[in-house]
Design a protein around this ligand. Structure first.
Ligand code: NDP
Length: 447
């Protein structure tokens, strides 16, 4: 490995002990950009790697709130403002009991390069809390969001930091955040994306990450003159990203076999069609139920408690739940069963070892920072509409999303060719995302 990269990884490891997810993300990016570091000595001369791996600002705060029984609860809130080199901080908020500095730093770090790939002027950030919205009443969720925002609002602004949703944070939570922000800041500005349509949201934002992931995968197939017709697909997760990935795959003629949640997965040999997907969306988005209920509604399907779907034979896989959900063994199983395309809807769903398996096998592997960039892309389009104080039609937003995903694909693919590893989308995405941010940092001096 290049000695500058090696030294930076050692420095980051020493400076951030007990942060395995963050170190994993740093190794994933730095481990694949050696060709550009060696070709352009300016990056070392300007200490870009040391600077790009250190967040510009990190804030940890107390979030006290009162539950329905009158008891005071305390959670921890976080804001990681990683890089504003190419635009204001942009990235989602996550509410999940596993949220900690390591998880949010990995997400914020990845976001920097992802946002760079979108072609839009957005820096990278991420935030959230170790709050578990599951099983909480509407009132508890609202009180928590309001308490969170009572501190968090200080760091936001339409030209400073514009958050969005992520795991555990959807339209409902964004509504509560926005209401509290508006009250405290006394202004109505587009400071969140993923807003309701009546108050500044963009059409296609809910669909964007899933649709974008399938658009990107379609471009990868096109490089081999293939398409989705009749292709069998595994999806993990049944939340926002998973649902719209399935919707677009069905539209493109693929056969979707699985979906999951953190309790287990369902396997429908006959395929999840539009009607079944509508039932899942109602189950998950309205009733907030468990995916296991699918087999009561559709008894020919199977439910596998406590398992992930990767052992089901299929041609394509779309991990769309959470980080590190595909390990080395899962990756080998996928390949053994004939999988030739993996497109990451979730952030960092594959371990470093799993990625190695995909790269060595030279399958079509789309890393999350490219494949799931459609969500933040459409957030960028929501910001544009807010600034212009107008609303585009669904067709217009979808067309722009589709076009940008095609541009991201060609940028990443062409970068992989430029650096001598045609079809290595990991390297292509990391180098293309890195160069834009690094060059902006050099232009702006040591700040
Ligand atoms: P949701 O909260 O809507 O859905 C998450 C899904 O993943 C649920 O089915 C959930 O199951 C499952 N899940 C969560 N944690 C785990 C776990 N530890 N093990 C197994 N399953 C789990 O989130 P999103 O769909 O928005 O996000 C999914 C992924 O996509 C995340 O990695 C997120 O960072 C990424 N992403 C999201 C974007 C967006 O626009 N929403 C944009 C780009 C990336 P359960 O209900 O049981 O918790």
């Amino acid at each position: 490995m290049n000695s500058y990269i090696q030294e930076t990884i050692e420095l980051v490891s020493k400076r951030n002990p007990n942060e395995p997810e963050f170190l994993q993300a740093v190794k994933e990016v730095l481990g694949s950009i050696a060709p550009v570091i060696e070709r352009h000595k300016k990056y070392q001369a300007h200490a870009i790697l040391e600077r790009i791996t250190e967040p510009e600002r990190q804030i940890i705060f107390r979030v006290p709130w009162v539950d329905d029984s009158g008891k005071v609860q305390v959670n921890r809130g976080y804001s990681y403002q990683f890089s504003s080199a190419i635009g204001p901080y942009k990235g989602g908020l996550r509410f999940h009991p596993t949220v900690n500095p390591s998880v949010l730093k990995f997400l914020a770090f990845e976001q920097v390069f992802k946002n760079s790939l979108t072609t839009l002027p957005m820096g990278g950030g991420k935030g959230g809390a170790d709050f578990n919205p599951k099983g909480k009443s509407e009132e508890e969720v609202m009180r928590f969001c309001q308490s969170f925002m009572s501190e968090f609002y200080r760091y936001l602004g339409p030209n400073t930091y514009i958050p969005a949703g992520d795991i555990g944070v959807g339209k409902r939570e964004v509504g509560y955040f926005f209401g509290q922000y508006k009250k405290l800041a006394n202004e109505f500005t587009g400071v969140f994306t993923g807003k309701g349509l009546q108050w500044g949201g963009s059409l296609i934002r809910p669909e964007a990450t899933g649709y974008g992931c399938v658009y990107f995968a379609k471009e990868m197939l096109l490089t081999k003159a293939l398409d989705f017709k009749g292709k069998t697909c595994l999806i993990s997760g049944s939340g926002n990203v998973a649902q719209y990935t399935v919707e677009k795959l069905i539209e493109f003629g693929a056969k979707v076999l699985t979906m999951s949640d953190s309790s287990g997965f369902i396997y429908d040999k006959e395929g999840i069609d539009t009607e079944k997907l509508a039932w899942i969306m109602e189950l998950k988005n309205t009733r907030r139920g468990r995916i296991s209920e699918y087999v009561t509604q559709y008894p020919s399907a199977e439910y596998h408690e406590g398992k992930r779907p990767w052992a089901v034979p299929a041609q394509c896989a779309f991990p769309s739940a959470t980080q590190n959900e595909i390990d080395e063994e899962d990756a080998k199983t996928l390949l053994k069963n004939g999988c030739t395309l993996v497109a990451e809807g979730a952030n960092m769903p594959s371990t470093l070892e799993a990625i190695e398996v995909f790269l060595n096998a030279k399958i079509l592997y789309a890393p999350s920072k490219a494949a799931n960039a459609g969500g933040v892309t459409t957030s960028g389009l929501e910001m544009t509409q807010n600034s212009m104080r107008l609303t585009w039609t669904a067709e217009e937003v979808n067309a722009r999303l589709h076009h940008i995903m095609q541009m991201i694909h060609s940028n990443v693919y062409n970068t992989s060719i430029e650096y001598g590893q045609k079809g290595n989308y990991l390297m292509g995405a990391n180098i293309a995302g890195f160069v834009k941010v690094a060059d902006a940092m050099i232009d702006q001096g040591v700040v």
